[in-house]
Design a protein around this ligand. Structure first.
Ligand code: GAP
Length: 493
């Protein structure tokens, strides 16, 4: 099945109507469709219509589990990543790397992914469709990918005894384990190619570089390494738009500690990460912790808490805080025949460092922030759609308009302001339609401030600034504009 079902709610273009620019707000007919779709459907539709996210390989019918970020999407994604990166680096003893996606195949033997990174799979004997077995039982459906073992298989075999195919009612096979790693062949000569994998989790490159970073940066334990990078997983059922895909980006912190201090640091990062996520959303009540049950734990984790977000399709994992202990450095030590024992320079104590991991998805953050930001409001005569994104995350920080497009003096001045402002911020320009439509168009993509040059501008060097959320307008001096925007960007809305 291709991505099309997710876009099936996209409103049709009305017959015979002139081709509209996607820059303008939707027609009444379009708006009706949009308001009556479920929230995720609305986000999917908005994302495509306004250039946030496009289905990959669309001209060939799409490919399930892959998406491309469009012009506004890439701005927003970069803003999110920048915020995370800077916030992480604001902590003591944290440094970053950017590792390669393909590594030596032994990495995945050592990490346990070749053997243990599996999900339970069932096939329908009649229609041949495949399902994630745990997602066919209500009790287990919130389980995340990649941690299925023999115990879970036994439970599922029992739970799914009388279960039929949800698509055609046919008989299902017994659940079996399916490895999620995406294989790749390296080499040029057929028959002599070497099989390795695309990264199944980004953090492995951090462990591979643990000693390089510690030595070159002269770091003492405790210290942390961060990275944002691509990950590939053969998910059995990619779904809910960007929520579960086959290619995505993860952000990781791997914090290396003395085992005696593991508990303290685990609590510390759990609290820090929760406060960061809460600071990004309009509704912090929709963010919570969930502790993993024993049979849910990934093969590398002794304890795991998820930070979850209450989406329109249920509470879902946003980030995992994992107590990885000495699993990673011990395993790589064993497989690479390397001793990772660390000697504390002050006490002389020797130990293999333990690891606290905080690992979240960039695409998931992107989706959850869109779900959190999406609002529909009734104004005097119209419905307004507005993305109440944190201004730091919004693709454009401001939009500049001349009040009328056919008055050269207004257009000239507005253009001058636009050119100057875009040296510092990402800024939109719009001179189409009337001012109300331009405001609505910017509200829909989350632009926090709209700046209009009008007839008073030439008299007193002022423009109006209109706030996205309150829709209130003020007059400000052009010379104060950059200062005002930079002040506003410091304050969380
Ligand atoms: N290194 C640990 C690790 O990979 P994980 O819980 O499997 O842990 C971390 O993944 C985060 O990556 C998740 O919390 C989620 O935000 C994101 N993620 C995982 N699988 C994903 C998928 N198929 N599509 C989108 N994001 C995903």
């Amino acid at each position: 099945m291709f991505w099309r079902w997710e876009f099936s709610g996209t409103p049709p273009r009305s017959q015979g109507s002139p081709r509209r620019s996607s820059f303008l707000p939707p027609s009444k007919e379009k708006l009706w469709y949009i308001i009556n779709m479920d929230l995720l459907g609305k986000i999917v539709s908005l994302s495509k219509r306004r250039g946030f996210v496009f289905p990959n390989s669309e001209i060939y019918g799409g490919i399930q589990g892959f998406y491309d970020f469009g012009p506004l999407g890439v701005e927003m994604k970069n803003n999110i990543k920048r915020l995370w990166w800077e916030w992480m680096l604001s902590h003591n003893n944290v440094v970053g790397i950017d590792g390669s996606i393909i590594t030596h195949p032994m990495v995945w033997e050592a990490s346990g992914h070749v053997k243990g990174f599996t999900d339970p799979l069932v096939d329908c004997k009649k229609c041949k469709k495949r399902f994630r077995a745990d997602q066919l039982t209500e009790k287990l459906e919130s389980r995340e990918s990649g941690a299925a073992g023999e115990d879970l298989l036994k439970k599922l075999t029992k739970a799914l005894k009388d279960k039929k195919c949800p698509e055609c009612g046919g008989e299902l096979t017994k659940p079996r384990l399916f490895n999620l790693m995406v294989g790749v062949d390296l080499g040029v000569v057929e028959g002599q190619k070497r099989q390795t994998f695309l990264r199944g989790e980004a953090c492995q490159t951090i462990y591979l570089n643990y000693e390089n970073v510690r030595n070159t940066m002269r770091k003492k334990i405790p210290f942390g390494i961060i990275q944002i990078g691509k990950v590939f997983r053969n998910e059995i059922t990619p779904k809910q738009f960007l929520f579960r895909v086959k290619e995505f980006e993860q952000w990781d912190l791997q914090w290396f500690v003395n085992p005696k201090q593991m508990k303290k640091w685990y609590q510390y990062w759990k609290k820090e990460r929760m406060s960061w996520y809460k600071s990004l959303v309009n509704q912090p009540k929709k963010v919570r912790f969930r502790k993993h049950a024993e049979d849910e734990l990934a093969h590398y984790a002794k304890v795991a808490y998820d930070i979850e977000y209450q989406t329109s399709f249920g509470w879902k994992e946003w980030e995992g805080i994992h107590w990885r202990g000495d699993w990673d450095l011990s395993r790589h030590g064993q497989f690479a025949k390397k001793d990772f024992t660390y000697t504390d320079p002050e006490t002389g104590e020797k130990f293999i460092p333990w690891i606290v991991e905080t690992s979240g998805g960039v695409g998931r953050t992107f989706l959850f922030l869109l779900l959190d930001a999406y609002h529909e409001e009734e104004t005097k005569d119209k419905k307004r759609m507005v993305l109440k994104l944190d201004p730091r995350i919004a693709p454009y920080k401001a939009a500049v308009f001349p009040l009328l497009a056919n008055k050269p003096e207004l257009v000239y001045k507005a253009r001058e302001i636009y050119q100057d402002l875009r040296k510092s911020y990402s800024v939109a320009w719009d001179d189409r339609g009337n001012i109300g439509k331009r405001y609505f168009s910017q509200d829909e993509i989350g632009t926090p401030w709209c700046l209009t040059v009008d007839f008073q501008t030439s008299k007193d060097d002022t423009i109006t600034i209109r706030d996205r959320d309150s829709t209130k307008q003020e007059r400000i001096k052009i010379k104060d504009l950059k200062k005002i925007i930079s002040e506003k960007l410091k304050v969380k809305k």
